[in-house]
Design a protein around this ligand. Structure first.
Ligand SMILES: Nc1ncnc2c1ncn2[C@@H]1O[C@H](COP(=O)(O)OP(=O)(O)OP(=O)(O)O)[C@@H](O)[C@H]1O
Ligand SMILES: [Mg+2]
Length: 360
């Protein structure tokens, strides 16, 4: 496993927050009186120039969080409580036109989950750049095309291809083109929702390398959404783990790798291959998350948790600081007992050294 620059920087980082999610609830109305309570009481912070990974199983609410940040929830979705602050300003009540004018592209751009379909199939890529520039900037046509040319170079695409149509590109090339477009207006934050899921393993690595190289050169922040915890460990500085519409654990990647304290994070880590133990059987996390027809007033992992007790059903868990560290929190009432309870599942780091360092 490769350990990137982020890990070297985590200990000396003192940045302002760029995005603050505070106690956010998001609901989708469905037919009849039913609602889906997709995200409940979610709290996390992304610091400037941070790569932040959001990881969790399918349906846990990751894309809902991404959509809410840019005002892109489906029509039946709404933020029903909590605040989302971007560079200190509350944006959760912005109208669509405010989002389009002030936030999208120039402050926050999105590499969407189904990004293969997000390029306009009937327009050349250069024309698409001109359209974005026309709406959001006062760049001339020639300047817009020049900028796209430069960005093609950044993401490793040949500049000679800027007048191609999307269908003339392979999947990996389209994905790089999307990354180029996401940089077009020099945003401060990029949200990458499963940026590599549809690609083969070699292409995944190349795309992640490109995403990583932006960190130093562009000084952007990144919210990287994935169901693959190893992608987060390799590419991000800080992270949150989600399940069943709740944040389970948040902190810097080294702390979460060395000392996971939420049972879901512990089991998730055990479910991925580890180069140190190639013969280890992967853990399977049994069972299904609950249907969230009402706002859950219990831990949504309790039914599947080997260590749950009656109290886990008596209220949604409040965050616990792990070993007194405010930056590492687990939403589990037993978080600080996990060292003993889950001893069989946990590998202890050597004194003063991260396990991540040992396996690079
Ligand atoms: N428009 C909608 N109407 C009703 N329910 C929705 C809507 N969009 C999403 N949901 C539900 O909200 C929950 C969270 O969905 P979301 O797409 O955010 O999950 P996810 O973590 O991104 O999953 P995946 O990893 O599969 O992309 C799921 O139960 C999903 O079925
Ligand atoms: Mg999703």
């Amino acid at each position: 496993m490769k350990v990137r620059a982020g890990m070297m920087r985590w200990w000396c980082k003192m940045s302002d927050p760029i995005l603050e999610f505070n106690n956010v609830d998001i609901e989708y109305q469905t037919r009849g009186d039913n609602a889906v309570h997709a995200v409940n009481d979610a709290t996390f912070t992304i610091d400037e120039h941070d790569y932040f990974g959001l990881v969790g199983e399918s349906g846990c609410g990751k894309s809902t969080i991404a959509d809410a940040i840019v005002g892109g929830l489906d029509d039946n979705g709404e933020i029903s409580s909590g605040t989302i602050r971007y560079k200190g300003t509350e944006i959760q009540n912005y109208s669509e036109s405010q989002f389009n004018k002030e936030i999208r592209w120039k402050e926050i751009s999105v590499i969407p989950q189904s990004s293969m379909n997000s390029l306009d199939p009937v327009m050349k890529l250069s024309q698409q750049a001109v359209e974005i520039a026309k709406y959001h900037t006062d760049l001339s046509k020639a300047e817009a095309i020049d900028r796209l040319r430069e960005l093609f170079d950044v993401v490793g695409l040949s500049e000679s291809r800027i007048h191609d149509y999307p269908h003339q590109f392979s999947g990996g090339m389209q994905q790089r083109a999307i990354i180029a477009f996401s940089l077009f207006l020099q945003p401060s934050l990029i949200i990458a929702d499963e940026p590599t899921t549809a690609l083969d393993v070699i292409m995944q690595d190349q795309i992640l390398d490109h995403i990583n190289s932006l960190k130093e050169e562009w000084e952007i922040s990144m919210l990287m959404i994935t169901h693959d915890i190893s992608v987060v460990f390799e590419n991000c500085d800080t992270m949150a783990v989600m399940h069943g519409g709740q944040i389970a654990e948040a902190g810097n990647v080294v702390d979460l790798f060395d000392r996971p304290r939420h049972p879901y994070a512990i089991l998730l880590q055990n479910a991925f291959p580890d180069v140190r133990y190639p013969d280890r059987e992967l853990a399977v996390i049994e069972g299904h998350p609950p249907q969230l027809r009402e706002k859950p007033d219990f831990c949504t992992f309790a039914d599947r948790c080997p260590w749950s007790i009656a109290e886990c059903y008596e209220g949604a868990p409040d965050p616990q600081s792990v070993e007194g560290d405010e930056d590492h929190q687990a939403w589990c009432i037993r978080a600080n007992e996990m060292d003993e309870l889950a001893a069989d599942h946990l590998t202890k780091p050597a004194e003063g050294r991260s396990i991540l360092e040992d396996i690079q």
